[in-house]
Design a protein around this ligand. Sequence first.
Ligand SMILES: [Zn+2]
Length: 217
Amino acid sequence: MDFLDIHTHKAATEPGVTSIQSLSLTSDIFLAMPKTKPISVGLHPWFAKVDQLALQMKYLTVVANQLNVKQIGECGLDRLRGEKLENQIIILEKQIELAEKLNKPLILHCVKCFSELIALKDRLSVKVPMIIHGFNKNEAFGRQLLSKGFLLSFGTAALKENSGASKLIQSTDSFFLETDDADVSIKDIYSAAAILKKCTVDELKARIFTDWKRLSV
Ligand SMILES: [Zn+2]
């Protein structure tokens, strides 16, 4: 069974690793999208522009229908970068609608906007899985998000002793792991997580892959 890297921006994959490469569509460039390897596509909140949203959504809708597109995103909300928040919410809503229509999970970027994200999930009664990637807040907050039905993915925070991610790995059973844009092997993140969970790397790989299969289309 492969290591699953649920969110990476790198194109290359190590042997024995299934990685979901995240690609952001930008306004006027119709990127040549990989047609077979698993990818996620979306409008990243750093780059998406509300005045180009109609065009961007047209591109995204075409690409998102490809069978190898396993997730919509990363998309989300970022209080520190990108358009003003109300516009980011409009952009995210459109992508949530698309994910619901295609029945594909969302991979979410969220910086200092969790209450807005929770409100959006409630207001739209989102049915597809919403995975918050790169979660690095404290354990109690992670639990709150889990109780709201979000899924969490941890990256390099899993390597830090006493981080919220490390504590959540010890105390929960349904997280995913990722490299994002970090210069680290997913295998090292799994090793660290297996030690925290007091299980073998193979057990962790099997659990994560099974959960992933359950989510994916
Ligand atoms: Zn990312």
